[in-house]
Write a protein that binds this ligand. Structure first.
Ligand SMILES: Nc1ncnc2c1ncn2[C@@H]1O[C@H](COP(=O)(O)OP(=O)(O)OP(=O)(O)O)[C@@H](O)[C@H]1O
Ligand SMILES: [Mg+2]
Length: 591
């Protein structure tokens, strides 16, 4: 091995570029964010050849002073934060001082800028990391960044660039995300000299219509709920909204587009309560929260965030959305659902479930524990009166989670064990079990696929269709077989056998979206657990589904057999115990 030495700065920047600006669309995102951070009110974007040949962003923001032009291109130079405290409550998009240095290391970059005080603009050039001197130039107040021939000096990276159409689709998506979040700002987008989008400053609802189209916008309900220091606002499609074109799912945290597992889950769950078959929910949601309560310094492209208090955020988003969606149900509101007594359809189970109460009537008040001991204790083995289809007690004792009694409100499974009452959040528990199963199957390269009798056809984005063509092996590893039928349609021919109850279209769509966003390699490595959690959510029993007694018992047995089943994929408990003692004390029943 050779000795340890520092890497030259250009190489460091080129390595960073691989993460920060993976492709032209990522570079465009960085440039647009810089313009917004500079307070721009109007931003113009010009692209050539999907952004690979030219990316040019012009803004009317605050500009960069002559003395600072070279610094703007230097790594770790930023005007946006100065201390750790600043970082911990950062409100701007940028904070690392990395984006321009990274882009400049792998392109020919020209920066022309003028501050309001300056009598004219100044220009600086950087060719593959080599910075020129600053020269006078002409131009209005604001900044123009011109990026030519991205990756001209890093052939390995250049090879990863896809067709012009695919790279343009990525740029278009980056542009839309920014434009959706900033309805108060004017934007234009040109590609190869042709105008693709022109957006004037407008109210948020109009901006959504301009970017999502009339069909989707017509189905959107507006939403605005505040809870504590957080506010959730934006638009959600009514559950009845079913559309043939691509789906629209945009979530912003403090104006930043994110793909967040926690938020995604809260949204899916809220929709699950109102959708029988998972349609493709459409939404544009903005979560505004005290910047000190969220960490944005998690991911190189800042697409992930970490909340200080994830549970509170999950609850807030879930409840705000559920309430809004519930208002759309005919005759529905906040009234309680009818209790779904699962026992109703299973006579033997009913009699078994009631047996302890009846038997307990004549017992002295101190006797209940003894009674339950007799029923479930080690000596008892198979409890008397157990329905034939109930699972056998585990060798050496009663199953820790006991046996099912009933289902409550379509959400909870009630069971009794030797200590008293067990309450299980059936969706959360089932999801966890599915997740652990998928993880084991993927680890063992043993994700069985199940062919669909009738392939599902999906309308997707160009980026997603391209992902199908590029990532066949990764999809196969995950148990899928898909084929691109056209630049915007995909056939789903097989899905993982473990998820055969899921809606194949919705499941495939989520997987594709993830691969299109992060690339197959990352989906199978650093993002693997997220991917599997999303997949598991599709298969997990929906709230409101009535379970039979054997199904409930099977769920309890699977929970016992599954590692980490005590917590759902988001760290909330999947079950809880209320002891006989606690129950007795509720009824002032002395022992
Ligand atoms: N369009 C612009 N208008 C005004 N100033 C800009 C513009 N673009 C960049 N700058 C200045 O150049 C600096 C460096 O930009 P760069 O994008 O590299 O880093 P950053 O935005 O501070 O952090 P990050 O790497 O997280 O984006 C910024 O801090 C800002 O001062
Ligand atoms: Mg920046």
């Amino acid at each position: 091995m050779s000795s340890i030495h520092l890497l030259p700065e250009l190489l460091v920047n080129q390595i960073a570029a691989g993460e920060v600006v993976e492709r032209p669309g990522a570079a465009l995102k960085e440039l647009l964010e810089n313009s917004l951070d500079a307070g721009a009110r109007a931003i113009a974007v010009e692209l050539q050849a999907g952004g690979a040949k030219l990316l040019k962003v012009s803004d009317d923001g605050a500009g960069i002073a002559r003395e600072e032009l070279a610094l703007a291109l230097a790594r770790h130079a930023t005007s946006k934060i100065a201390t750790l405290e600043d970082l911990e409550r950062v409100g701007s998009f940028g904070f690392r001082g990395e984006a321009l240095a990274s882009i400049a290391a792998v392109s020919h970059l020209i920066l022309v800028s003028r501050t309001p005080e300056a009598r004219h603009a100044w220009r600086i050039e950087c060719n593959g990391g080599a910075v020129s001197s600053v020269e006078p130039a002409s131009g209005p107040v604001g900044t123009v960044v011109e990026v030519r021939d991205l990756y001209f000096n890093t052939p390995a990276r250049r090879k990863f660039l896809r067709s012009e159409a695919t790279e343009l689709a990525h740029c278009d998506e980056a542009f839309r995300r920014i434009a959706l979040a900033r309805a108060d700002t004017a934007f234009t987008l040109h590609h190869n000299g042709r105008a693709l989008l022109r957006l004037r400053p407008q109210p948020p609802a109009e901006r959504v219509r301009a970017l999502l189209g009339d069909e989707a916008a017509g189905a959107l309900l507006d939403l605005d709920e505040a809870a504590g220091a957080a506010r959730l606002h934006g638009f959600v499609a009514a559950p009845t909204f079913s559309h043939g074109t691509r789906d629209y799912q945009y979530v912003f945290v403090n104006g930043r587009f994110v793909r967040d597992k926690l938020l995604g889950h809260a949204i899916r769950q809220a929709y699950q309560d109102v959708l029988h078959h998972e349609r493709h929910p459409a939404f544009v949601l903005f979560l505004d929260i005290d910047p000190a309560r969220v960490d944005v310094n998690v991911h190189p492209t800042k697409i992930e965030v970490r909340f200080r208090d994830p549970q509170a955020v999950h609850q807030m988003v879930f409840h705000a959305l559920s309430r809004r969606l519930a208002q759309t149900r005919a005759g529905a509101g906040v009234e309680l659902r009818e209790p779904a007594l699962a026992a109703a359809g299973a006579p033997s189970a009913v009699s078994w479930a009631r047996a302890p109460q009846q038997a307990a009537i004549g017992l002295p008040s101190h006797a209940p524990m003894a009674f339950y001991d007799a029923l479930f204790g080690a000596r008892a083995g198979q409890p008397a009166g157990l329905p034939a289809d109930a699972p056998a007690a585990q060798p050496g004792g009663a199953p820790p989670l006991g046996f099912a009694l009933a289902q409550l409100a379509g959400v909870y499974v009630l069971a009794q064990n030797q200590h008293g009452l067990i309450i299980v959040d059936m969706h959360a528990a089932h999801e966890r079990i599915m997740y652990e199963k998928l993880k084991a199957a993927l680890d063992a390269s043993d994700m069985a696929a199940q062919r669909l009798l009738i392939p599902a056809t999906l309308v997707v984005t160009q980026v997603e269709a391209a992902a199908v063509e590029e990532s066949g092996a990764a999809l196969a590893a995950l148990g899928f077989d898909m084929a691109a039928l056209s630049p915007t349609t995909v056939a789903v021919r097989a899905i993982p056998a473990a998820l055969s109850d899921a809606d194949p279209g919705a499941l495939a769509r989520d997987v594709l979206r993830e691969i299109a966003e992060f690339g197959a390699t990352r989906v199978l490595t650093e993002r693997r657990d997220e991917m599997l959690a999303t997949m598991a959510c599709h298969a997990a029993v929906r709230a409101n589904r009535a379970l039979t007694m054997p199904e409930m018992n099977a769920l309890l047995r699977e929970m016992e057999a599954t590692e980490r089943s005590g917590q759902c994929n988001h760290g909330r408990p999947t079950w809880t115990q209320i002891s006989m003692k606690e129950l007795d004390s509720l009824f002032l029943r002395g022992r």
